[in-house]
Design a protein around this ligand. Structure first.
Ligand SMILES: [Zn+2]
Ligand SMILES: [Zn+2]
Length: 113
């Protein structure tokens, strides 16, 4: 696990991966399982991780809707190269109810569903 993430339960990550039809939510690379067990199957040889659509520190819940499975490269870049504290990219959904915030940001991931 990279960075100060509160991890999703593995069952939620697996359900999210099913919803994404086994692809990285961002780049579409095939992901066969979450965590390090999927590492050898990934084209970059890295594990996939459940990412918060709305970050935990902004109140994003540990729900299936708020979980998008990303390959490690995409996960790193969505956190702007590991700058985990920067959250301005979510400013456009501030003020919306949480469910709408999650839905609006989830739309930005081409392989979220
Ligand atoms: Zn990816
Ligand atoms: Zn993340």
């Amino acid at each position: 696990m990279v960075g100060p993430h509160k991890p999703f339960p593995i069952s939620i990550q697996n359900d999210a991966l099913k919803r994404q039809r086994g692809k990285c939510g961002s780049c579409g690379s095939p992901i066969f399982s979450v965590g390090t067990s999927g590492a050898s199957a990934h084209k970059f040889g890295e594990g996939a991780e459940g990412h918060h659509v709305i970050p935990h520190q902004m109140g994003g819940p540990l729900t299936l809707e708020n979980c998008v499975v990303l390959c490690k490269s995409c996960h790193y870049s969505v956190h702007r190269g590991g700058h985990w504290k920067y959250t301005e990219q979510y400013n456009f959904v501030k003020g919306l109810p949480m469910a709408q915030r999650v839905a609006a940001v989830a739309k930005l991931y081409p392989h979220y569903r």
